[in-house]
Ligand binder design. Structure first.
Ligand SMILES: [Zn+2]
Length: 609
């Protein structure tokens, strides 16, 4: 009897364990401890890295891969060749890598690698270090990898590097051997072509030893502020820096990257935001930009408030806006942006990069595969935030994204958003697809499920997926659960195809009492329709035609009439009014449906009739 019961219990336990392994979410974990010695004469550095890697996957790992990004900055690298052969090269890169001298290139090499005390074989292939493990890492096991490495900072070309155009000495991004991510799709050991990232969640403990005149900013909380000073020290502390170098000790918990920048001329301002977050601003002591950088600070507080309210609370105690790099790029707990900008542009780039603190550095989508999720969502929400913080008063802050998307859709150069970020035919098609079409994905989701449902979707998405790697399906499932609408068709059409939306008014006819509007679906992607009818005398009426496959109706969208099964190319909208009393008919006056041809959306009726 006992034995029988026990085996039932065992089999139940076993079944639930298996179910969790096959359907449950998991992610790898990597804790980094690094000590780096930096030589600012040669721009070379030596480092020791201890990486404690936990395999939370259901798979046994025989190999691991590290990104060694700086090797991209060498003549003949994949990044160099890609930039010289793509049809519309990035103006910042072009053929510049091919012209770098030995002392200007970037490199990153392992000098030794040990797994749990045993030496390993490894092979550096471009920007990826391929490693044969000494012993496999079993599911649920932790292994310690110790690497001695050396690197050289390239002349600043794209994102990372030394002495950028604005004179910032060190923009240290993608600067350390970084474990590639292994997830439900397997390894993501992508070569670095200069674009997007995907990283393992973990804690970073980093010590950087560098000439004492450098002022640093970056990811992580400074552990020894009263030895360092430069505005980091506690109030009233008199900092005495002795010796030629300083060791900056940072700890960054729950991040998937670690970045820093350094310059001897940085000004450093500190500001406590309304939510208690300490904001750091590091920028060059350049009289032309100081006013802008001072005025940026209260705006950043406003932006932080906006994102906290509309997505979810910023989860770290610190964020740093740092002059460096080229353009702007998001990193863990900080951003590097160029600083010699007009004020609006400075606030705009800060809004965009700060929004990435949520859409990438907390909701860590695989940017290489789903570039539209972080760039598009960021563009969408930062547009709304700018509208409020800069008091721009725009009706549709996403209007420019709609325009950009429509022009790409009509250009013939569009590729589906499922295209890997590195594999677009044109840089411009990548940009518009990721940023504009990605922003329209959300704006148009608001058109589909209503503004309130969209806002609640963003908040629940943050709540359920923070500190994870959400996929497009994870997001749309949240939108479905919040709204009750069926939306998988939308994710599919919008992100996996180049199908377009085009509805038109084919004709308007009349009998004695009724007006019949024949609507036509010209594009393949279906949509529910909002049709506004303006009557003579100044009144108007909104008709809402639900789309059958959504199996749901948007609240407060207008007068609900019969649904439209998408396969039917036409739909008769019958209005119980004679035609002479109608002035104008318009499909989607809101503009939130991304119709690629709006010419056929409006009919103004002849006054004679
Ligand atoms: Zn971005």
């Amino acid at each position: 009897m006992f034995k029988y019961t026990f085996s039932i219990v065992l089999s139940i336990l076993f079944t639930s364990a298996v179910a969790q392994n096959t359907t449950g979410y998991w992610q790898q974990h990597a804790d980094y401890t690094m000590e780096v010695d930096f030589d600012d004469k040669t721009y070379q550095y030596d480092g020791e890295q201890t990486l404690v890697y936990t395999n939370n996957s259901p798979d046994t790992l025989q190999r691991v891969f590290y990104h060694m990004y700086y090797n991209a900055f060498q003549p003949g690298s994949e990044m160099d060749v890609r930039s010289r052969t793509i049809k519309d090269p990035d103006a910042r890169v072009k053929d510049r890598i091919s012209k770098l001298d030995e002392d200007e290139i970037g490199f990153m090499r392992a000098k030794s690698l040990i797994q749990d005390g045993k030496a390993l074989n490894y092979n550096l292939v471009g920007t990826v270090l391929e490693v044969e493990l000494h012993h496999p890492i079993l599911p649920g096991e932790t292994s310690t990898l110790e690497m001695q490495f050396t690197g050289q900072v390239p002349v600043q070309i794209r994102r990372s590097g030394r002495n950028n155009a604005e004179g910032v000495e060190l923009s240290m991004t993608q600067w350390y051997p970084k474990m590639a991510e292994y997830d439900f799709e397997g390894w993501h050991a992508d070569p670095y072509i200069g674009r997007e990232f995907h990283g393992v969640w973990g804690d970073f403990d980093v010590k950087i030893t560098i000439d004492k005149d450098f002022i640093l900013g970056g990811s992580g909380y400074l552990q020894n502020p009263n030895e360092i000073g430069y505005g980091y020290e506690d109030d009233g502390v008199n900092v005495k820096r002795r010796g030629q170098t300083l060791t900056w000790h940072f700890i960054a918990p729950k991040v998937h990257d670690f970045t820093w920048a350094a310059d001897k001329e940085y000004l450093h301002d500190k500001l406590i935001a309304n939510d208690g977050t300490t904001l750091h601003f590091l920028y060059k002591n350049n009289p032309d930009i100081i006013d802008n950088w001072k005025n940026l600070q209260p705006k950043t507080v406003g932006l932080l408030d906006f994102f906290n309210e509309h997505i979810g609370p910023y989860p770290y105690d610190q964020y740093s806006v740092i002059q460096g790099g080229d353009g702007g790029m998001e990193y863990a707990m900080c951003t590097l942006i160029t600083g010699e900008r007009a004020f609006g542009s400075l606030v705009g780039v800060t809004a965009h990069e700060l929004a990435h603190a949520w859409f990438q550095h907390v909701l860590a989508t695989d940017e290489a595969q789903h570039e539209w999720m972080d760039e598009g969502f960021t563009s969408y929400i930062s547009g709304l935030a700018m509208n409020q913080v800069m008091e721009s008063g725009k009706d549709n802050p996403t209007a420019r994204s709609y325009k950009g998307y429509v022009s790409l859709a009509n250009s013939g150069f569009e590729q589906p958003q499922t295209t890997h970020a590195d594999r677009y035919q044109y840089n411009q098609a990548y940009g518009t697809s990721a940023y504009s079409k990605g922003a329209v994905f959300l704006g148009q989701l608001g058109y589909l499920i209503g503004e309130e449902n969209l806002q609640n979707t963003l908040k629940r998405y943050y709540d359920e997926w923070k500190f994870k790697h959400p996929t497009p399906n994870d997001f749309i499932r949240v939108a479905e659960k919040v709204s009750g609408a069926e939306l998988s068709w939308y994710l599919n059409d919008w992100t996996r195809t180049t199908n377009t939306i085009d509805y038109g008014i084919e004709k308007v006819s009349t009998d004695e009492q009724n007006t019949i509007i024949t609507l036509e679906r010209i594009g393949l992607t279906p949509m529910p329709l909002e049709v506004k009818v303006d009557y003579k005398g100044g009144t108007s009426e909104m008709f809402y035609i639900p789309l059958r496959i959504i199996r749901w109706q948007k609240p407060n969208a207008g007068k609900i009439i019969e649904d439209w099964p998408w396969a039917y190319p036409t739909y008769m909208l019958e209005i119980p009014t004679a035609q002479y009393s109608i002035e104008k008919i318009e499909i989607d006056p809101s503009g939130y449906m991304a119709d690629v041809d709006r010419e056929n959306n409006v009919v103004t009726l002849d006054e004679e009739k």
